[in-house]
Design a binder for this molecule. Structure first.
Ligand code: NAD
Length: 377
């Protein structure tokens, strides 16, 4: 099997799907590694690093010509997708549910689309393939660094001859993978941390990291299947926003990471809550995107300021800003999935396999993943 590592072209994307140290493992599994020239540049891996590791470096045209499966982080741009041949496979974090057009185009091209965001996350043998978790982990860590950079005081309590600086009060909204990593990171930096989630089981996880679990009795039984939070009713959402606005004045830094399945991210910090924050406070919104965000007015990739001097940071795709750590983890995820799907030197599509049923989106001209097919229809 020949796997081709593509160069990412999305703006500000610096990750690469396979790092040089992962090449040997793929070769050991009988997979030949081809790399598009410059693919690792954003994460400071040179073409020579890949050649030294046993990969072949090719032009984009040659890569698409020779590879059986193309490995990417996010979806390649439309011009590159036109190079795909029928029967060729594309593997990456393709997000077919939020981008149904891509699934339709890939099916029309006769390509097999394999998306890592469909890996069954609670299945223990699939944990090494869980790219959503590995990238959320990086993003949660970086969110704290971004907040600390924008904040005009210390995070820890500092006692010096020049006086005592109080520690920053940090609130993390959403205690999934990114939120728990943000809690842990802020705690390590010495901030006083509180966490909040609608899933009751998250309370214990928040406390186990040394943070205070904020108890807002506005929402009950919010756990849905697979450990995700269900979407809240509009009454629950309103009550939640009011309860959060009422406590917001206590915090210096808010890091919001909440996602709801099958819909836009919930708005948690509304206009009133932003007004309740102190001047100089920082709100980092990891959910900021085209469908909205957790923080009122956040714009993906931008920092804006409210009238009362609160910085609102629209921090989408933070994992791409820590490209080496994110790429190393992603390379392990995609390598594990690729080797799982390779039998006797070929990619074997088997929709009876629980993992493959989650990740295979298009095959032989149709959208075969039920949820993606529904999104396309
Ligand atoms: P996510 O990115 O979908 O959402 C982030 C967090 O936001 C979640 O904890 C969610 O409960 C919370 N949230 C959603 N709506 C909210 C609201 N209105 N107010 C407050 N919080 C809200 O979550 P994720 O990080 O992808 O994790 C989802 C679940 O999957 C978690 O239970 C996690 O522990 C679980 N998980 C399990 C495994 C495993 O078993 N191997 C791996 C990864 C994730």
């Amino acid at each position: 099997l020949r796997a081709g590592v593509v160069r990412q072209t999305a703006p500000a994307e610096r990750r690469v799907a396979v790092v040089p140290t992962a090449v040997a493992g793929l070769r050991g599994a009988g997979i030949e590694v081809l790399v598009q020239a410059g693919a690792g540049a954003g994460a400071r891996y040179s073409d020579q690093d890949y050649t030294d590791a046993g990969a072949s470096v090719l032009s984009e045209e040659d890569l698409y010509e020779q590879a059986d499966v193309l490995l990417s982080v996010t979806a390649p741009d439309p011009a590159a997708l036109r190079l795909l041949r029928p029967g060729q496979a594309l593997m990456g974090l393709l997000r077919p549910l939020s981008n149904p057009r891509l699934a339709r185009d890939l099916a029309a091209a006769g390509a097999t689309a394999i998306s890592l965001d469909g890996v069954p996350r609670t299945l223990s043998r699939a944990q090494t393939m869980d790219a959503l978790s590995s990238q959320a982990n990086v993003a949660g860590y970086k969110a704290v660094i971004v907040a600390a950079e924008a904040y005009d005081r210390y995070l820890p309590l500092l006692m010096t001859a020049a006086g005592v600086a109080r520690p920053a009060q940090v609130l993390v909204l959403g205690a999934g993978v990114a939120g728990l990593q943000a809690i842990a990171t802020a705690h390590r930096l010495g901030a006083v941390v509180s966490g909040y989630d609608v899933r009751p089981e998250a309370q214990e996880e928040i406390r186990s990291l040394g943070a205070d679990a904020l108890d807002l009795p506005t929402v009950t039984e919010a756990t849905a299947s697979g450990g995700y939070a269900r979407a809240l009713t509009s009454d629950e959402q309103r009550a939640q926003r009011e309860a959060l606005a009422a406590v917001m004045g206590r915090f210096d830094i808010v890091i919001a990471t909440a996602q709801a399945i099958g819909g836009p991210p919930p708005l948690l910090v509304d206009d009133d809550a932003l007004r309740a924050l102190r001047p100089g406070a920082v709100a980092v919104d990891l959910a900021s995107g085209p469908l909205g965000g957790n923080v009122y007015g956040s714009r993906p990739g931008e920092t804006t300021y409210t009238k009362n001097g609160v910085a609102v940071i629209g921090a989408a795709e933070l994992a791409a800003t820590v490209p080496r750590a994110a790429s190393e983890a992603y390379a392990r995820n995609i390598g594990a999935l690729l080797t799982h799907m390779t039998r006797e030197g070929r990619l074997r599509i088997d929709l009876d396999d629980e993992i493959q049923a989650g990740v295979v989106i298009t095959h032989e001209g149709s959208v075969v993943h039920p949820a993606a097919a529904k999104a396309v229809a």
